[in-house]
Design a binder for this molecule. Structure first.
Ligand code: FEO
Ligand code: CA
Ligand code: CA
Length: 684
């Protein structure tokens, strides 16, 4: 049994160890003193001017969410699975007419009555031609590099080109590996080269052609399709944008600072209007070792702000490739922590890391168009007390599928302005006491600004050159007084109103001794269960630098007085904790996948209307198996897809002593898998 570190979260220690390098057990790396005082000063009250009504009405009128072309519609459309008459669930909005799944700890995916489910693809299933069937006892580098990777996370469904044998293209991230529940006989202190190289091959992304069986409704992978692709921790990437070629990105293997091997810890993502997939490199720091060997004070500060391990890394990759050893390659870590852009329609394309989007623990990148046709991307930095960012391109998106339009669009994310968010509350700070009690005006709300950090080669941050702002974006944001948030994760625009929804997963350290206290946008001390923030940009224009905001949900057990469900009757809602990846259905209901299980039940997928009389009526749609996290929800017109990530990742679990038997049953190793759910019969 492994010796597990002590940890301070509801997640298993095993998850903390492998997913984010025990981030929770370390001090949050943001020790800047950049917020709060500003909040007090500005607090005085923009109240009235910005208060909800007027701004929300403007937002509702404009509707600037990106209308993605069919070819790029990784986003939800009509949930036919939820159409039809309401049979007994009360006057619920369309899309919400299912019986809520109660909290549970089953080792299964549990769906509402009247819904069917299917495992679409599992870790180790064949993707590329020649891939062998999965055999947990005989896994090899050659097999893994042709098979579906580990820990599926973000997913996008795209329309395929004409020559594809499938009827859709599924793109999936593989965030991280957990060697202790992947390999038989794994010794964390002495991994073998074979195990390490399998892990490299199990990271990255998969592009997979899939076909719908019209009779059964099932979705089948087409292994060996010409469009299928595996991108791994060793696939060559091009660094593009203003920081490409900077001295900060040069290594002995790449003196140009423009080519890097692999992508790591790919978490959430987004689909661009031109049909590419964006993916966030999140907890990249954990793969590197020996930050303590760096003595230069500036370099040390930079490494600390990104949480680079001072000693050996968890997986010991530095023993097998010098680039993971900061003592030997101090700049290699600077080449990770970016948003990557993949063209799933061209299996030979070189994927890109877009330096114009800044470097931090990127959760995801959600695009929409500005009123004049430029591209805005919203991005969270998932760490306690880190920030929310926006990028706005200099040039406009060109419609159409011509080669010229495509080449133009493929350069859009290389030039623009990167901003960071500052939130100001509209209630007196004394009323934000950290308990979650609403202030006198009845809601947590206020205004905010997007503070520019850098435009092209021009830095807006005193004392930092442009390439330093891109590579050490967290330090730049510290200097301009960005608001420290409770782990900003996914951001999604409402398909009709243009309002943005931001998932803030949790922050156990909010208000702790020596840590930043509550503010109106992050109002709860020791925030174990997270919250959902609604953001309206001025005139609903994604180019705006000014916005209003309010909290829609403050999550947890509805019996807990610190929770808030947009004022909806709490006796009718499902408990919910740690919202992470979010998506909209075509009716405008928000779907939330959770990552935390902080209420003792398995993680799940939830739906909630954000407008109308049922605003705040959270209902649980499904739960995932023991130890798993719900990822990548796609709320499509005929089915819902989720990725059940890290099943069986429980304290004490090993491959020999598994924490779950899902999906293959007793006597097998748990396998992270993609699951489809659809309506199959009467619901009541
Ligand atoms: Fe990989 Fe922020 O979740
Ligand atoms: Ca208020
Ligand atoms: Ca996530």
């Amino acid at each position: 049994m492994p010796v597990l570190p002590s940890h301070n979260t509801a997640r298993s220690a095993l998850t903390c160890r492998y997913r984010c390098g025990d981030a929770c057990s370390h001090d949050a790396p943001n020790r800047s003193l950049n917020t709060y005082f500003g909040d007090i000063v500005h607090q005085v009250s923009r109240r009235g001017a910005l208060k909800s009504g007027a701004v929300l009405a403007l937002a509702a009128a404009a509707g600037t969410a990106v209308a993605t072309p069919a070819a790029a519609s990784g986003k939800p459309t009509t949930p036919a699975a939820h159409r039809g008459p309401d049979r007994g669930a009360g006057r619920l909005p369309r899309g919400l007419r299912f019986e809520a799944v109660p909290p549970n700890t089953a080792d299964a995916v549990t769906v509402p009555v009247g819904y069917a489910q299917q495992v679409v693809i599992r870790w180790g299933d064949p993707v590329l031609r020649g891939a062998p069937r999965f055999d947990a006892r005989r896994q090899s580098v050659a097999a893994q590099s042709r098979q579906f990777g580990y820990n599926c996370d973000y997913m996008a469904l795209l329309d395929p080109p004409a020559h594809c044998r499938g009827d859709q293209l599924l793109v999936v991230n593989h965030e991280y590996t957990n060697e202790e529940i992947m390999f038989f006989g794994y010794d964390p202190a002495n991994p073998t080269r074979e195990q390490v190289e399998i892990a490299w091959a199990a990271h990255g992304l998969t592009v997979l052609s899939v076909r719908t069986d019209r009779r059964s409704g099932r979705l089948w992978p087409i292994s060996g399709d010409a469009l299928n692709r595996r991108i791994t921790a060793t696939t060559p990437f091009e660094l593009t944008g203003p920081a490409a070629g900077s001295d900060l990105l040069k290594t002995s293997a790449d003196p140009t600072g423009r080519t890097v091997l692999g992508t790591l810890n790919n978490c959430g993502g987004g689909v661009t209007p031109w049909g590419t997939v964006l993916s966030g490199e999140e907890n990249f720091n954990q793969y590197f070792a020996n930050a303590a060997s760096v003595t230069d004070p500036t370099a040390k500060q930079r490494l600390a702000r990104y949480g680079l391990p001072t000693g050996t890394s968890q997986r010991k990759w530095e023993r097998f490739d010098d680039r993971f050893d900061l003592a030997k390659e101090p700049n290699e870590a600077n080449r990770h922590g970016w948003i990557v852009e993949i063209d799933p329609y061209d299996p030979d394309s070189v994927p890109r890391k877009r330096t114009a989007l800044g470097r931090f623990k990127h959760e995801a990148a959600e695009p929409r168009l500005t009123s004049d046709g430029r591209v805005a991307l919203y991005m969270g930095d998932d760490e306690r007390f880190d920030y929310l960012y926006k990028f706005v391109s200099t040039h406009r998106f060109k419609k159409g599928t011509s080669r010229a339009a495509r080449e133009h669009n493929l350069r859009l994310l290389d030039e623009g302005t990167l901003y960071v968010a500052k939130f100001t509350g509209d209630s007196p700070i004394a009323e934000i006491d950290g308990t979650g009690a609403l202030p006198e005006d009845g809601d947590f709300a206020g205004s905010g600004t997007w503070i520019p950090l850098v435009t092209g080669n021009t830095s807006h941050v005193e004392g930092m050159a442009a390439d330093e702002v891109y590579v050490f974006t967290r330090l730049a944001a510290d200097k301009v007084g960005a608001t420290k948030m409770d782990r900003p994760e996914d951001v999604e625009p409402h398909p009709h109103t243009g309002r943005l929804y931001v998932a803030l997963t949790n922050n156990k350290d909010r208000g702790a001794v020596g840590k930043t206290g509550p503010d109106e946008a992050n109002p709860r001390n020791g925030n174990k269960h997270g919250h959902i923030l609604e953001l309206d940009e001025r005139r609903a224009d994604a180019a705006a630098t000014f916005f209003s905001w309010r909290l829609m949900l403050v999550c947890g057990d509805p019996k807990d007085p610190s929770t808030y469900f947009a004022g909806f009757d709490k006796s009718q809602v499902s408990q919910i904790s740690c919202p992470d990846n979010i998506a909209f259905d075509e009716h405008g209901n928000l779907w939330l996948a959770t990552d935390g299980a902080a209420l003792g039940a398995n993680d799940g997928l939830f739906a909630v209307p954000v407008t109308g009389p049922h605003r705040g009526h959270v209902k649980q749609f499904l739960t995932v198996p023991k130890g798993a996290e719900t990822c990548g929800p796609i709320i499509a017109d005929d089915r819902i897809l989720i990725a059940a990530q890290h099943p069986g990742e429980l304290d004490g679990a090993t491959t020999e002593n598994p924490g779950s038997a899902w999906p293959d049953g007793p006597g097998t190793v748990p396998r992270p898998s993609v699951v489809a759910v659809w309506e199959s019969g009467p619901r009541h």
